[in-house]
Design a protein around this ligand. Structure first.
Ligand code: FES
Length: 193
């Protein structure tokens, strides 16, 4: 993948915690030094083993200091996503503030519908949403299933799509990733073999 493309993706994800301006301004400075081995390791892709995640479970991994969620969605959970198509702000993930990779620009925002891979950082001010909640137990979600950001009340469905009229400007970021086997995902690298 061209360097510029990789950098753009890294910034889009890092912007979820750092603010676009700050990160973009830092890039020319950082790029002028050879990165240390430690820095390289900190930015390296990580392999996530999905085999121990049960149906309906969410597991959190770490990549570049960010929490990466993997939610194994049941058929019923996938149905809950279809039901709220008209209630989310950007159902097809076409907004560009935190661009969704092309291979996840679909209703379930994923390569395989069963697994959501997303950065668990709210696109409003960077809090970590809680969940997943089933329908009918959380006042902010109502009957919908999903996640709730405790700071200012943004809500997201089980595809990480933000509901309408919430402070978060975009869906939860989907990091660059690819499957290297049926149950192992590489996060931080979506280059084709
Ligand atoms: S940080 Fe999530 S709603 Fe404000």
């Amino acid at each position: 993948m061209p360097v510029d493309e990789e950098r753009r993706k890294a910034i889009a994800v890092a912007a979820a915690v750092g603010g676009v301006g700050v990160v973009a301004a830092a890039v020319p400075f950082v790029a002028s030094f050879a990165p240390s081995e430690r820095a390289k390791a900190a930015g390296a892709p990580v392999e996530l083993d999905l085999s121990a995640i049960g149906p309906g479970e969410l597991k959190t991994f770490e990549w570049r200091g960010l929490p990466v969620w993997v939610l194994r969605r049941t058929p019923e959970m996938l149905q809950s996503i279809k039901k709220v198509d008209g209630e989310v702000a950007d159902p097809k993930s076409v907004r560009t503030q935190y661009p969704t990779p092309e291979y996840a620009r679909n209703e379930f925002r994923s390569i395989k519908p069963e697994y959501l891979v997303a950065v668990g950082i709210c696109t409003h001010l960077g809090c970590s949403p809680t969940g997943p909640f089933p329908g009918g137990v959380n006042a902010q979600l109502g009957n919908a299933q999903g996640f709730v950001c405790p700071c200012h009340g943004s809500t997201f469905d089980l595809a990480g799509r933000v509901f309408k009229n919430k402070p978060a400007p975009d869906n939860l970021p989907v990091p660059p990733h690819k499957y290297v086997s049926d149950t192992v995902v590489l996060v931080g690298d979506d280059s084709k073999a």
